[in-house]
Design a protein around this ligand. Structure first.
Ligand code: ZN
Length: 305
């Protein structure tokens, strides 16, 4: 039966509602990263429950936590949060960027990675009964490290065994086509692949080539003026939709810092996309049916197993 795998069990795809496919609820990145910037640590159940309440009140119903194994995924706490919020939560298996992994991860073979991913997807993560709903891999800035190539091969193989969708990390939006090509070569289904952070590289020629291969193009930077003003994202979404890719566009917030979340005293928080960005799309002439695709239909199709 077609379903979506949440932390608390499988649900019908129709039950997803308004969905963001790339967020962070609980994360404890590698120590060197924390020393560089403690802003990345999200460790308060209480605060994230408050943020989830704001999301729910704004109409949001489902969130994917894209925190991978090497970025400090915390399944036990995450399950507790899922039990205390009306928002449906989804976790993933897999890895982020090659330089995040501790020694034991650096030493994993492709087959060992596949074993971890398949176990997470079919039995449960970290000794719990909570199963992963997606697989992740990532690449560095304009380079695919050897370990990242193993992540890609493992993700493709694990996808074939489990049917899970795959989401990627791109660094500054680079190497999207490379990800698509390597994933496909390893036997992965590109129509079940979503590439993150592509709005950090707002280049129509590049993005349309990725979309033409069948992958989902994910914009997860709205509000982050340090990368680009929202106008540039809106214009690019319009161009991509007009070029025939409206069923492959996804929008999320990737609010993976304390300073992005209202509950931690930052902003603009989980509610921004629903309260500010979606209304702006309507003001800018996007049809309601298209906005609905970005937040409901496309995430649902992508996440359905
Ligand atoms: Zn992220």
């Amino acid at each position: 039966m077609a379903h979506v795998q949440t932390l608390l069990g499988p649900i019908a795809p129709e039950a997803l509602g308004l969905t963001y496919v790339h967020e962070h609820l609980l994360t404890r990145p590698p120590l060197w990263r924390i020393k560089e910037d403690p802003d990345y640590v999200l460790d308060s159940q209480e605060k994230i429950l408050e943020e989830l309440r704001l999301f729910y009140e704004a109409g949001g119903r489902t969130l994917v936590d894209c925190t991978a194994i090497d970025y400090g995924r915390n399944v036990r706490d995450f399950v507790e949060v899922a039990q205390k919020t009306p928002v449906q939560l989804i976790a993933l298996t897999g890895f982020n960027r090659g330089d995040y992994g501790e020694r034991w991860i650096q030493e994993l073979t492709v087959d060992q990675m596949v074993d971890i991913m398949v176990r997470d997807a079919l039995e449960g993560m970290d000794g719990t009964a909570a199963r992963a709903g997606l697989i992740k891999f990532g690449t560095s800035y304009n380079v695919v490290l050897p370990i990242e190539d193993r992540f890609i091969q493992a993700a493709a193989k694990a996808q074939r065994q489990t049917g899970l969708p795959v989401i990627t990390h791109t660094t500054r939006g680079t190497l999207g086509l490379e990800q698509v090509e390597r994933f496909e070569r390893a036997g992965g289904d590109v129509t079940r692949l979503a590439l993150s952070h592509l709005d950090q590289n707002l280049d129509f020629y590049y993005l349309s080539r990725i979309a033409r291969r069948g992958a989902y193009v994910l914009f997860d930077g709205p509000s982050k003026a340090k990368y680009a003003p929202d106008e540039a994202r809106v214009v690019m979404l319009k161009r991509l939709a007009d070029a025939g890719f409206e069923d492959q566009l996804l929008i999320s917030g990737d609010m993976g810092r304390r300073s992005y979340l209202k509950a931690y005293g930052g902003g603009p928080g989980f509610e921004y996309l629903l309260k500010e960005f979606a209304p702006r799309l309507r003001d800018d002439g996007f049809r309601e049916v298209l906005v609905h695709k970005f937040f409901v239909n496309n995430p649902r199709r992508f996440l359905t197993i």
